[in-house]
Design a protein around this ligand. Sequence first.
Ligand code: APR
Ligand code: PHB
Length: 392
Amino acid sequence: MRTQVAIIGAGPAGLLLAHLLQRAGIESVILEARDRAYVEARIRAGVLEQQSVDLLRDVGLGARLDREGLRHEGVELAFNGARHRIDLAGLTGGKAVTVYGQHEAVKDMIAARVTSGAPLLFDAKVLAIDGLETTSPSVTYSKDGQTHQLHCAVIAGCDGFHGVARASIAPEKITLFERVYPFAWLGILAEAAPASHELIYARHDRGFALFSMRSPTITRLYLQCPIDDQAERWSDQAIWDEIDARMGGAAGWTPKHGPIIQKSVTPMRSFVAEPMRFGRLFLAGDAAHIVPPTGAKGMNLAVADVRILAQALEAFFHHQDERGLDRYSATCLDRIWKVQRFSWWMTAMLHRFDDETAFDHRRQLAELDYVVRSKAAATSLAENYVGLPFTT
Ligand code: APR
Ligand code: PHB
């Protein structure tokens, strides 16, 4: 089999890249290790920046997002028993974020791909990639118990943090930057109407808590928990008690309770791989970088990467112009590091660290108070939260 672009991974990065390429008249094949049901049910974060929404809309992926996505023009920070609203729209000239589950966006993109008839292979696990330094690389994958080869001009490694693309680069050619946080998040979905219209990020001495939502009937909540915690260790009652203690203490408010329909533990990591290009292999999304979820940036970073990659591939295939591909890594990394900084900063400002001193504690509270009282500081949070401008 032969194609122009072999895309490894049908997460947001791979699916959106395929869609953008198809609109530009460039062929691709998506190879995804898991089955469709698994990919469509995988619960992840759910906040889209303004320009991620604008892009999805512009390329014909916005119909259900416009119907079901919840536009949020503000977000709240809670500490010391009080909630403080950051006026995202007022501080950024009218920009907002949209709450829409990542797996819903993934379902929309899979549906568009399947309708188009362009190749998207599930249960197709990539085993190896070869010929990166040549003009005709190839991908070896297994499907239905057989091994196949896909020949192409370019490989897009959109296969997430644990994928094969980054792992196939010789260690001396890649530099990894990493910070692992000494805690995780326990995330739950509950059948309960959201008791606040906006997200609430709460700092409490028992640990961080986050109130979010998915729909008018589903509440999404997160609790800072030990790094080695397991969701099964938490009874539903223990979860609600902890949420009420933290939210009540930090915000003077508690969410509505309801049946818990999903719970999982997510580790927290900041990670960047440089560069993002190796010959004819281009990394995008979680394959190249991870942010802790506090800034809600994971999917937005994937969108920003593939937007740049699609533009560069268009110039390459249609005009034999390689300058965009040559610039791809540096262009992405410029913005990625700013988003890394923001995600780290939000995480540091809102979590309890086991080794924190009394000085750290006072400084953290002073920082929160400064952010909610200074228009300059609140504007900085707001412009990052709604999304820094795309780089080109
Ligand atoms: N062969 C084929 N597919 C693979 C392989 C492989 N060897 N290894 C991994 N994959 C697939 C995974 O099964 C997954 O569906 O690649 C896909 C990667 O998707 P994501 O992990 O969703 O990564 P990405 O598309 O970059 O999206 C980033 O996901 O983790 C969240 O917070 C993150 O929101 C961000 C988003
Ligand atoms: C979510 O709704 O899943 C969510 C919201 C905000 C975050 C992270 C996750 O910062």
